[in-house]
Design a protein around this ligand. Structure first.
Ligand code: SAM
Length: 209
């Protein structure tokens, strides 16, 4: 699948990688306006680098769950539309505020993604929900936030096996999480994210009516 408009393949000193254009945020390689989107630092970046069909397009309103210090959401806001970034830990959220300071379309929300009612009055319906919460109950977080997605929208989730159960076989964890997701989403594609992120599964899904 083609990369979304606003995401380019770009050569950085002999290494070709995906890139967006915007203010650098985490020591990533840059070349003029281009900044490398490091798939080792970003699960969504890994999903794109691995060629998953994310359905992402430039300008889409996006809800991002688990924004941390803003590494990935900075790239999303570079090519996306209004981008709502939910993070409940105050420490990384401070850096997220700096990232948002460089982008007019990035709105940080210091909220718990398990309590969508606390931000439902701010977040408009979106085309994309990106989820990278690395917490127990990842399928539940996705189900709770399904309400923000338009009918033809997409959930792009990174599921971390060890967050659900440190001792279980990751394959079994993925199966259980996908089965739970299927109560509220049609799962379109799944892909392990290694070599970039071990024991993580990339998921592309569409909300059920
Ligand atoms: N997505 C980030 C990136 O690529 O730049 C990295 C995210 S990190 C793996 C997971 C983040 O999810 C942590 O910062 C954690 O505080 C946050 N998180 C976990 N559970 C959450 C919840 N219920 N609500 C909001 N944030 C949550």
């Amino acid at each position: 699948p083609p990369l979304p408009d606003g995401v380019a393949r770009h050569d950085f000193d002999g290494t070709t990688g995906i890139a967006t254009r915007g203010h650098p945020e985490y020591g990533e390689a840059t070349d003029g306006e281009y900044r490398r989107w490091d798939p080792h630092r970003s699960k969504l970046g890994a999903m794109l680098a691995l060629g998953m069909d994310t359905g992402l397009e430039a300008g889409q309103p996006t809800l991002y769950l688990g924004a941390a210090a803003g590494t990935t959401v900075s790239h999303v806001a570079d090519f996306g539309g209004p981008t709502y970034a939910v993070e409940f830990a105050p420490r990384p959220a401070r850096d997220l505020l700096d990232v948002a300071g460089h982008r007019d379309n990035l709105f940080p929300l210091l909220k718990d993604a398990r309590k969508p009612g606390t931000y439902a009055h701010v977040v408009e319906p979106v085309d994309v929900v990106v989820q990278d919460v690395a917490t127990r109950g990842q399928a539940r977080v996705a189900a709770l936030n399904r309400q923000f997605l338009d009918g033809d929208g997409r959930l792009l989730a990174a599921v971390k096996a060890r967050s659900e159960d440190v001792t279980a076989d990751p394959e079994e964890v993925f199966e259980a999480v996908v089965a739970e997701l299927e109560a509220s989403y049609e799962v379109l594609d799944t892909e392990p994210l290694d070599p970039y992120h071990e024991d993580h599964l990339g998921v592309v899904a569409r909300p059920l009516e």
